[in-house]
Design a protein around this ligand. Structure first.
Ligand code: PMP
Length: 367
């Protein structure tokens, strides 16, 4: 737009009127205290692979004087090799939040509403508002599962986490195959942030459906939430569009240090399989114990569980636990979430401490 027009149109407005007016995503609290039992943001209770420590110790700080490889070619090659996909089908970013935010910008430009569940990752509506993308939220079925029916209509794109968050419920490849066969005119994003805890991956379907994009992260099963490394997989035109968005925003999204430590983590699958097996074991024990206390617990394929109790107020229990240095996640909205708590699976000892606290709370209420 010519400068003259900008001046004329903006003449009577204060700079304050020109600031963005957006309701942002609210991240889970990152309280630090040695006594804290932190079960609110779905991090892994285990440290990263020892190979990550080794890579960090051997990292030459002199490298940081130069910009990183903007396309993280070495890391992309490692990831592509691991997944048996060509490099043109792999994208990396500063956490999967960034990868998905770029994907919304790159893929959802039809003007039609993007569809996602009405109970899901609450960053999706924020990215839509940030990018000016219309959206509609499709109600989950009464059993908290995702139905196909609500997505069988014209749309500007579909976004589904698998497993879904905060329910933890996963659908199989057959479900997504059916969804993709019915939806060929827009891009389908499947957010596999919680892959690695028992859900089936649909990554192989990226070879078959060139409108499928799968996002992953090292923040959960990879024990590297602090490193900020996310990745995405899709057909070459999808990855080219993502790279065009990245290079219109910030060419150097993944630092040299992250590229080095991330590659080390990706070379130690055995370590992470072992950690995931422990988390799954703890999840199943914790689920059974909570059901024993009268909680309803959805069947989770993630590293968290979504729970509710017919006689207990979720917010009150959340506050009571927080006052005792046990942090879980309570969502004030949407209404169907506010009666539940989302609890990250931590160490056995942390889950035992939580169970003991919940029992004490229930005794106080004479339940
Ligand atoms: N998708 C979902 C469903 C998530 O819960 C999260 C973590 N809050 C992310 C993506 C983003 O994770 P990260 O940016 O740490 O990769």
């Amino acid at each position: 737009m010519p400068t003259e027009n900008i001046k004329r149109n903006g003449a009577s407005r204060s700079w304050r009127d020109n600031l963005i007016d957006i309701e942002p995503y609210v991240a889970g609290e990152q309280k630090r205290s040695p006594r804290l039992v932190k079960l609110n943001t779905n991090e892994s209770p285990f440290p990263p692979s020892p190979l990550v420590s080794k890579a960090i110790e051997g990292f030459d700080a002199e490298i940081l004087a130069r910009y990183p490889d903007p396309n993280a070619k070495g890391l992309v090659r490692t990831i592509a090799g691991r997944e048996g996909l060509p490099e043109e089908m792999v994208f990396v970013g500063n956490g999967s939040d960034e990868v998905i935010a770029f994907a919304f910008k790159a893929f959802f430009n039809s003007g039609l509403p993007v569809l996602f569940p009405d109970l899901t990752y609450s960053f999706y509506p924020v990215w839509c508002r940030l990018h000016g993308i219309p959206y509609e939220q499709v109600p989950l079925n009464s059993d908290f599962r995702i139905g196909q029916e609500g997505y069988a209509r014209g749309n500007g794109g579909i976004v589904i986490p698998n497993p879904n968050a905060p329910t933890g419920i996963a659908e199989g490849a057959e479900f997504f195959g059916r969804l993709l066969r019915a939806n060929t005119d827009s891009v389908v994003i499947v957010d596999e942030a919680y892959y690695g805890f028992g859900a089936e991956t649909i990554l192989p379907l990226t070879r078959k459906y060139d409108n499928l994009f799968v996002a992953r992260t090292l923040s959960k099963a990879g024990s590297l939430a602090g490193l900020r490394l996310g990745m995405g997989f899709g057909s070459p035109p999808l990855i080219a569009a993502l790279n065009a968005v990245k290079d219109s925003f910030n060419s150097y999204t993944v630092g040299s240090f992250t590229q080095c430590a991330g590659a080390a983590a990706l070379s130690d699958q055995a370590y992470y399989d072992d950690a995931a097996a422990k988390i799954i074991g703890t999840r199943e024990r914790f689920t059974a114990a909570m059901r024993g206390l009268g909680f309803s617990v959805l069947d989770s394929s993630a590293n968290f569980v979504f729970v509710t109790h017919p006689q207990l107020g979720a917010m009150e229990l959340y506050e009571w636990l927080k006052a005792r240095d046990i942090l879980v996640r309570w969502f004030a909205s949407p209404a169907k979430a506010s009666s539940h708590l989302r609890i990250t699976i931590g160490l056995d000892s942390e889950m035992d401490a939580l169970l003991a606290a919940i029992e004490e709370y229930m005794q106080g209420k004479e339940i």
